[in-house]
Ligand binder design. Structure first.
Ligand code: F6P
Length: 384
């Protein structure tokens, strides 16, 4: 039986590996499933590498079969496990006398394991850290095909990444839920959402939930303006306010709040704490009782929504198509609604931030949403 829509033959590749690196995200299993099913159909053996590049360092590599990927489409997380600390080029092997991590280049160790298992190519599902970690292997002749993932939706070069729509759904539901309790108790509720330096999750969930204030890293906010918006709502009889706040949001003239620094991670900064700070500031300044909720990893866990299952399947299938066509060291991306590919490290060290004139920001301002800036000044405190 041939596949009418996809007759791209194999380029001679016989055995490949697949790994998931970096922070997890809903849809990873859907990609793994698409990769394994496609490979097996075309007679290519697939080996799962456990815990990202850590599995290559420690030689934890196992064959994947159709049975093993059956029923994983709807599962959150990743059946292969992941690690966001395992960069073989700079792997933390201990600490020095001052407690600073000592890093070692373990690329050769990984290459030995790649050769033992006869892997000719690796499908690397991860963020830009994973793609950068793949580069030394690409340079040594292993074809690395990247599939980008992130709930943050900040991958440079792709209009959308899988995981994002699920995270927005979770955040929207949480905002809807705090809405009713905020109304009952006449409170300000601040919901802190993930996204690092990009405000995509806050913007989409904020608009979807009809939040009164949306704070994103790309638009530093004026605290007075946010407080005034809450007061003005109270005065109009709307005795509660909902604030959707990105973890990377920053008060004008201030700095992002860092929750922790992990020196062994290639991306050591973890943001968090702005929700609590903001809630306290609002209560002190307005005397309106305020509470905060930090959604955290709830946004990354659980079953992917339908849109992410579809997107992840498309991305996984396209990765295999590239591989079968003999394309080398490419990253799958979505541009203008079309699947295409760029060089595997093209997105490294870049971020796709929210443009401050994005149509969704304009639409939100149009329904009187406050972004805490003068750009929406006229609409922040409606006269009615
Ligand atoms: O990049 C995805 C993300 O969930 C960010 O939104 C968040 O800032 C970060 O990862 C959290 O990382 P960790 O899982 O290491 O705490």
């Amino acid at each position: 039986m041939s596949r009418a829509t996809d007759r791209v033959p194999t380029s001679g590749v016989k055995r490949i590996g697949v790994l998931t690196g970096g922070g997890d995200c809903p849809g990873l299993n859907a990609v793994i499933r698409a990769v394994v099913k496609d490979a097996i159909y075309f007679g290519i053996e697939v080996f799962g590498i456990e815990d990202g590049f850590l599995g290559l360092i420690e030689d934890r590599v196992r064959p994947l079969t159709n049975d093993l990927v059956s029923n994983i489409l709807i599962q959150g997380g990743t059946i292969l496990g992941s690690s966001n600390k395992a960069n073989p080029q700079a792997y933390p092997v201990g600490v020095d006398s001052e407690g600073k991590p000592i890093f070692k280049d373990l690329t050769d160790v990984c290459m030995t394991h790649i050769e033992i298992h006869g892997l000719e190519a690796i499908v690397c599902i991860g963020g830009d850290g994973t793609m950068s970690a793949a580069k030394p292997f690409a340079d040594r002749g292993i074809n690395c095909i990247g599939v980008p993932k992130t709930i943050d939706n900040d991958l440079w070069g792709s209009d959308i990444t899988f995981g994002f729509q699920t995270a927005v759904g979770v955040a929207t539901e949480a905002l809807d839920r705090v809405h009713t309790t905020a109304a009952s108790h006449h409170r300000v509720m601040v919901v802190e959402v993930m996204g690092r330096n990009a405000g995509w999750i806050a913007l989409h969930a904020g608009v979807a939930s009809g939040s009164d204030v949306i704070l994103i890293p790309e638009i530093p906010f004026d605290l007075d303006m946010v407080c005034q918006t809450c007061i003005a709502r109270s005065q109009r009889g709307k005795r509660f306010s909902i604030i959707c706040c990105s973890e990377g949001a920053v008060p004008r003239g201030g700095e992002q709040i860092i929750e922790r620094i992990d020196p062994t991670s290639p991306d050591p900064i973890r943001l968090g704490g702005i929700g609590k700070w903001l809630s306290n500031q609002i209560e002190d300044r307005t005397e309106i009782e305020s509470r905060y909720v930090v959604l955290g990893h709830v946004q990354r866990g659980g079953t992917p929504c339908a849109g992410d299952r579809v997107l992840a399947t498309l991305f996984g299938h396209h990765a295999m198509k590239l591989l079968r066509m003999g394309k080398r060291n490419r990253l799958v991306v979505m541009q203008g609604g079309e699947l295409t590919d760029v060089e595997i490290t093209a997105a490294a060290d870049k971020q796709r931030l929210v443009p401050v004139d994005h149509p969704l920001i304009q639409a939100a301002r149009g329904v009187s949403t406050c972004f805490g800036d003068s750009g929406g000044d006229s609409m922040c405190i409606p006269a009615r």
